[in-house]
Design a protein around this ligand. Structure first.
Ligand SMILES: NC(=O)c1ccc[n+]([C@@H]2O[C@H](COP(=O)([O-])OP(=O)(O)OC[C@H]3O[C@@H](n4cnc5c(N)ncnc54)[C@H](OP(=O)(O)O)[C@@H]3O)[C@@H](O)[C@H]2O)c1
Length: 348
């Protein structure tokens, strides 16, 4: 499997990264057995997928713990990405050490801020009313990350969900950052407008998250009503689909989304591949993507997703998908925050 060096670091990530959000089990993704996690992690490593993406908030630390268990004895073969919540940036060291302990390792390959530090994103990550609400600053967060890197606890520093102005603020701290991780898939293309050009010009690699838009692009849902509320609370869907989990207040674009999925199904059938594989192969056609994150939680989906990374879809198919996804892009606009109303984006 192809590997790409992140920014100016020495960290090389595989074209696909295993998204570990479901690991450990929890409300958002449901139950997950450690046996399946072990099988997925070992099989991924055996097939050249070396990168695993987790975060301290995924299942309240259980995703990190589960990944750490699975990597026992093979940690040196893996690239581990973890993230700190913006609400925890007062004390980056404390949270980094806790992640290391849960993962059972003494270094992280990439450590990133999960979201930029601003009022809305900090509030989103903490419901603790006793929490210190004085917003930690970007300067202090990145200075702490630089210190941890100089001690060898982190190999590369990253950011996640940072827009152009926010990346400029990080650049002004003087701390080199090698990667930005943001949502990117056929129906979530907002980063193409400003973020991709900035990252390309500034040698910041891009890791695209939610390669399958939480399963929608696998074609497994025939109607919007089949999607569980947690997976339907983005701006792609009207507020009511999220059943209490949505907060964006926008009308969504579900008719257009399902038109895209139906056309993808037809193209995939023509190419004799799975719809999910087509969605992954399209992302990997984009030269600005270092790695695509896909949530693979059992051997069957992992194998299919690995096979997708070896597919080379023709340029005409890529162009056709670029065209057919335009109506969704036009309706959702260039705001890369798919969870807040476009006028309240946490990414700018
Ligand atoms: N930085 C950030 O803010 C951020 C945000 C979101 C996600 N992420 C990262 O990105 C990763 C991936 O995103 P995600 O897990 O949210 O969503 P995703 O990868 O877009 O989709 C996962 C869904 O796709 C289904 N799926 C996977 N492979 C499939 C296949 N071959 N055929 C059919 N269905 C398939 C899974 O089904 P099953 O459930 O049935 O297995 C699951 O429902 C996360 O795990 C996380 O590491 C980062």
């Amino acid at each position: 499997m192809k590997q790409t060096k992140l920014g100016q670091s020495n960290v090389h990530v595989s074209a696909m990264t295993v998204g570990c959000w479901a690991f450990g089990g929890g409300e958002y993704w449901g139950a997950q057995s450690q046996q399946d996690v072990d099988t997925v992690v070992h099989s991924a490593l055996d097939h050249g997928v070396n990168t695993f993406d987790t975060a301290e908030v995924y299942n309240a630390g259980e995703s990190e713990r589960s990944l750490g268990l699975a990597l026992k004895g093979r940690r040196d073969r893996a690239v581990i990405i973890s993230k700190i919540a913006p609400s925890n940036c007062h004390d980056v060291r404390k949270h980094c050490l806790a992640s290391l302990q849960r993962l059972g390792t003494d270094y992280l390959d990439v450590y990133m801020l999960h979201w930029p530090i601003n009022k809305l994103s900090v509030e989103h990550f903490t419901h603790d009313t006793t929490h210190d609400t004085t917003t930690p600053t970007i300067e202090s967060a990145y200075a702490q990350l630089a210190e941890l890197k100089s001690e060898g606890r982190i190999r590369a520093i990253g950011m996640s969900n940072f827009g152009r102005r926010q990346m400029q603020e990080v650049a002004a701290t003087g701390v080199p950052v090698d990667v930005n991780e943001l949502t990117y898939n056929i129906i979530s293309r907002a980063i193409e407008a400003e973020i991709v050009p900035y990252c390309t010009q500034n040698q910041i690699s891009i890791i695209g998250s939610m390669g399958l838009q939480q399963g929608v692009l696998s074609g497994k849902y025939r109607t919007p009503g089949e999607i569980r509320p947690h997976q339907a609370h983005s701006r792609h869907f009207p507020e009511h689909r999220g059943k209490g989990t949505s907060r964006h207040g926008e009308p969504g674009a579900e008719t257009e989304v399902f038109q895209v999925v139906s056309q993808l199904r037809e193209i995939a059938a023509r190419l004799r591949i799975e719809t999910a594989q087509l969605a992954i192969a399209w992302i990997l056609k984009k030269s600005f993507i270092a790695s695509t994150l896909v949530g693979s939680r059992n051997l069957e989906t992992l194998k299919s997703n690995i096979a997708a990374c070896e597919l080379q879809i023709p340029d005409e198919i890529e162009a056709e998908i670029d065209r057919l996804s335009q109506p969704v892009l036009a309706l959702l606009g260039n705001s890369p925050d798919y969870y807040e109303h476009s006028s309240k984006s946490r990414i700018y």
